[in-house]
Design a protein around this ligand. Structure first.
Ligand code: SF4
Length: 258
C-alpha cells in the first residue's frame, strides 16, 4: 500500500481528472488524514490517531498563502480553472471553514474573477447552518453520496456515529438543485464482507435518490490510485457508462472518470 498525502496547505495547480487545472487548498494536517469518514478506498489512507492532536492551518495563514500563490500564478501566466478545497480529509471539519470560504471568495473576486471555487465534501455536515450556507456560495459544491443504504455507507465510508443517508438527502434537497453529486463506485470485500455499490439493486436505489435531490450534475468515478486495502477492484468502464446513461435519462448531466 502506498497511499498519498498532500504535503502543504496550497498545492498545484494540478491537472485534475474532474476539475481541470486546479489549485488545491488543504485545510487538514499534512502528516496524516483527518476525516469524519474513513472510506475503505480513501487514497489518503486510514485516519491516524496522532493526527487528531495536530494543529490545523490558521485562517490568516491560509488566506496569505492563497493570495501569494495566486499572484505568482498571474505573474507566470500559469493556466488555472479552479480553486479546489480537497486535501487530506474533510474540509468542512475545519472549525473556521465558513470564514475561510468567505476569504477565498473575496480573494478570488479581486485577483482571478474568472476562476471557479470548488469544494469536495462528504456532505456529512449539511445540518450545520454555517457549513450549509458556506457550501451554498461556492461555484461547485460537490457532495458525496456512495449509496442509498446506511448499511453500505457504514461499510464503504465508515462515517462517524450519527450519519444517516436520509439526513444527508434532506440537506441536498435544500440546495434546490444547486450542487453536484459525486459517487465513487467500487467492489470487493472488507473484513470478509462483500461490498459492491455498482450492483443492480444499489444503483436502482441510488438513482431514485438522484432523481429526488435533482443535482445540477452527477460525477461518477472509480478508484484510480492505491487504496488502504488490497481487496478492492475498479468498476469496468462499460458499467460506469451504463450508470451514466441511466442518470442522463433523468435529464441530469453526468461526468464519468474511469
Ligand atoms: S470522505 Fe474523502 S477524505 Fe474522508 S475518508 Fe472518504 S475519501 Fe477519504
Amino acid at each position: 500500500m502506498s497511499t498519498f498525502l498532500f504535503d502543504d496547505i496550497i498545492f498545484g495547480p494540478v491537472k485534475s481528472r474532474r476539475l481541470g487545472a486546479s489549485l488545491g487548498i488543504n485545510l487538514l494536517p499534512t502528516t496524516g488524514k483527518f476525516c469524519n469518514f474513513n472510506c475503505i478506498y480513501c487514497e489518503c489512507g486510514w485516519n491516524s490517531g496522532s493526527t487528531l492532536k495536530t494543529v490545523l492551518p490558521k485562517r490568516q495563514d491560509i488566506s496569505n498563502r492563497l493570495e501569494e500563490r495566486l499572484l505568482q500564478i498571474l505573474e507566470e501566466n500559469i493556466p488555472l480553472d479552479r480553486i479546489t478545497f480537497a486535501g487530506n480529509g474533510e474540509p468542512t471539519i475545519h472549525p473556521d471553514f465558513a470564514n475561510i470560504i468567505a476569504d477565498t471568495v473575496e480573494i478570488r473576486d479581486r485577483l482571478v474573477p474568472g476562476v471557479k471555487i470548488a469544494v469536495l465534501s462528504n456532505a456529512s455536515q449539511l445540518d450545520k447552518p454555517a457549513i450549509f450556507d458556506a457550501l451554498g456560495i461556492v461555484d461547485m459544491n460537490i457532495l458525496k453520496l456512495d449509496s442509498a443504504y446506511d448499511q453500505t455507507v457504514k461499510l464503504l465510508n465508515q462515517p462517524a456515529p450519527g450519519y444517516q443517508v436520509e439526513q444527508v438527502v434532506n440537506g441536498m434537497i435544500r440546495y434546490k438543485g444547486r450542487f453536484i453529486l459525486q459517487t465513487l463506485f467500487v467492489k470487493g470485500e472488507f473484513q470478509g464482507i462483500p461490498v459492491d455499490n455498482s450492483a443492480d439493486n444499489e444503483v436502482e436505489s441510488w438513482l431514485s435518490i438522484v432523481k429526488k435531490v435533482n443535482p445540477e450534475m452527477v460525477m461518477i468515478y472509480t478508484i484510480a490510485r492505491d487504496t488502504p486495502i488490497q481487496t478492492l477492484q475498479k468498476i469496468e468502464p462499460v458499467k460506469l457508462d451504463k450508470i451514466a446513461f441511466e442518470v442522463e435519462q433523468l435529464g441530469i448531466p453526468v461526468q464519468v472518470s474511469y
